[in-house]
Design a protein around this ligand. Structure first.
Ligand SMILES: Nc1ncnc2c1ncn2[C@@H]1O[C@H](COP(=O)(O)OP(=O)(O)OP(=O)(O)O)[C@@H](O)[C@H]1O
Ligand SMILES: [Mg+2]
Length: 263
């Protein structure tokens, strides 16, 4: 049964989509079956997976509003090796259309239920907002992966996100947890970095991934070729960091599963 993780942070440009694409490809490289869901009308994860967002017959929007089956909207990322449920601007309408629908916050969860057993991991790329789309992602997920840049203001926004995750946990999805906090675009030369890292460690302890993602130009270049960095330049520091993250995530899952069976 797949673990479903939302990659979320309402702050823009923190590395959500880059993390989705590269983590998905890295999990595939460790022989996991992966589905990536693009839940952002910007369609960046779709383009970065090598699928043209302008030429979609069906997208995640049609699935959410019940216009088509998941299978009809599904694509395959050739370079990433994962399945993709794509998105484009059509998804903007979901904010309004979903409001009129029943069980509006659990549409994605319901759509995923019959296919969860076909995958090991399902990753959901969220838009930079705490909108109805992000709510759907959080209700459908077991955990949230929060990419963040180590800067002062990042910590401020983080508490809003954490409060929201707690609220949703209580009201709509009791199993929802913070799976991990990921430091992205990491530049050890910045003096603030150690302070912020220490604060994160203090607040989040074990939830902070040991792996950090360095600022690396290959990660920024790869999406324009519709590739993860692992295909574009396997030896790059960015590609290697995401491989390390995939290994850390799998190790943590194993540890949790062992702890659960020991109870
Ligand atoms: N580790 C990195 N090193 C260098 N560039 C990066 C790195 N991670 C992301 N980028 C670049 O930073 C920009 C923002 O990244 P990305 O699109 O992944 O963020 P996002 O959180 O998904 O943004 P949005 O909130 O708009 O969806 C992109 O141009 C991306 O290529
Ligand atoms: Mg994005």
């Amino acid at each position: 049964m797949a673990k479903v993780f939302a990659i979320a942070n309402q702050k823009g440009g923190v590395g959500k989509t880059t993390t989705c694409i590269n983590l998905a490809a890295s999990l595939v490289a460790t022989r996991r079956r992966v589905l990536l869901i693009d839940l952002d009308p910007q369609g960046n994860a779709t383009m970065g997976s090598g699928v043209d967002k302008h030429a979609l017959e069906h997208s995640v929007y049609d699935v959410l509003i019940g216009e088509c089956d998941l299978a009809q909207a599904m694509h395959f990322s050739e370079h990433g090796g994962y399945q993709l449920l794509p998105a484009n601007r059509d998804l903007t309408a979901a904010e309004v259309v979903l409001l009129e629908m029943q069980m509006k916050e659990s549409r994605l969860r319901t759509a995923l239920a019959p296919i969860r057993e076909n995958y090991d991991y399902i990753l959901i790329d969220c838009p930079p907002s705490l909108s109805m789309l992000t709510l759907n992602a959080l209700v459908a997920s077991d955990g949230v992966i929060i990419p963040m840049q180590c800067e002062y203001y990042a910590l401020e926004g983080l508490s809003d996100l954490v409060d929201n995750i707690k609220r949703i946990g209580t009201l709509l999805n009791p199993q929802l947890k913070i799976e991990g906090l990921l430091r992205t675009m990491y530049d050890p030369r910045l003096s603030l970095i150690n302070d912020v890292s220490a604060q994160l460690q203090e607040h989040f302890g074990d939830q902070l991934y040991d792996t950090v993602i360095p600022r690396n130009v290959r990660l920024a270049e790869a999406p324009s070729f519709g590739m993860p960095a692992l295909s574009y330049d396997k030896q790059s520091r960015g590609a290697q960091a995401y491989l390390e993250l995939a290994n850390e995530l799998v190790r943590r899952q194993r540890r949790k599963a062992r702890a659960a069976t020991a109870l």
